[in-house]
Design a protein around this ligand. Structure first.
Ligand code: PAF
Length: 280
């Protein structure tokens, strides 16, 4: 496994592989790799000749400077995970390398990027589109592997790929969970052991809500009330949406796929956790 820090070196290295007809799989990350990322890397390794993993904590997608400041930074350990999973290249550029000049491009894909995380974190998806479009232009991957944990992010990136005409296949990969159901996330490392146990109630309640035969509104209220009743958890939003457009739905028949997306504050710091459940 090679660690590459510059765009030129990455392009040169990939050009040699492409000249031999090799396919390139890509896993973009912000580091602090966990088993969820590892599952993406392993899948890319299985399905492509060459796998590139980017490790880049992208400042432009953080609307809250405190969130960026406390984001875990674990580059050495991350490179070990990339290597153990069999990937070929870890691309770990500096901020100056990716943004020699401030990126002033504006991406707008309503309603997909305007609702939920887009409404709560203004500029977040613009920053995601800025960095992902740059990374795609360096790597020119055949396939990109994205975790479904960030359900809305995949929907926004799909819109961007269609808009900019990137020739990349998006491969959404299932959420990896702890045994108790908590979705793996780099932010979990910021939780205490007790907070982690409390956080597992989020998916427990989401899963329960699927079995109750309630209407959309009743399901919404059930989830919000049950989670808010647990000390240490506070729902920021819970939206039941069309799985493709992410527009709100009012009945189960309204869309071909229906997903409940949730963000919950957990603990005293507090840490913002996101999760989702597929109803249909
Ligand atoms: O999901 C993430 O970790 C990031 O949003 C991504 C896609 C690597 C862009 O910085």
């Amino acid at each position: 496994m090679t660690v590459i820090n510059t765009i030129n070196e990455l392009r040169e290295c990939l050009a040699k592989h492409r000249a031999k007809g090799r396919t390139v799989g890509f896993v973009p990350t912000m580091g602090a790799l966990h088993e969820g990322h590892a599952s993406l890397v392993r899948r890319s390794v299985a399905e492509n000749d060459i796998t590139v993993v980017s490790i880049f904590l992208n400042p432009t997608q953080f609307n809250d400077p405190k969130d960026l400041e406390r984001y875990p930074r674990t580059l050495d350990a991350d490179c070990r995970v990339v290597e153990q999973c069999g990937a070929d290249i870890a691309f770990a550029p500096t901020v100056k390398e990716v943004y020699p000049e401030p990126d002033t491009r504006q991406f707008s894909y309503p309603p997909t990027d305007a609702v939920m995380e887009g409404a709560m974190r203004p500029g977040h998806f613009n920053g995601v589109c800025q960095v992902v479009s740059k990374l795609f232009s360096y790597v020119e991957p055949d396939r990109v592997y994205l975790g479904e944990k960030d359900y809305q992010q995949i929907a926004v990136i799909r819109r961007m790929v269609d808009d900019l005409g990137f020739k990349v296949q998006i491969v959404p990969c299932p959420v990896v969970r702890q045994e108790d159901g908590l979705a793996l996330s780099s932010r979990n490392s910021l939780l205490t052991d007790d907070e982690r146990k409390t956080a597992a109630n989020i998916y427990r309640i989401l899963s329960e809500s699927r079995t109750l035969g309630l209407s959309v509104q009743q399901t919404h209220d059930y989830v919000v009330d049950a989670i808010n009743a647990i000390p240490g958890l506070e729902v920021q939003y819970f939206s039941i949406v069309d799985g493709d457009t992410l527009a709100d739905v009012n009945s189960w028949d309204e869309a071909t796929s229906t997903v409940g997306c949730i963000t919950v504050f957990c603990g005293t710091k507090p840490i913002r956790l996101i999760d989702h459940i597929r109803y249909k």
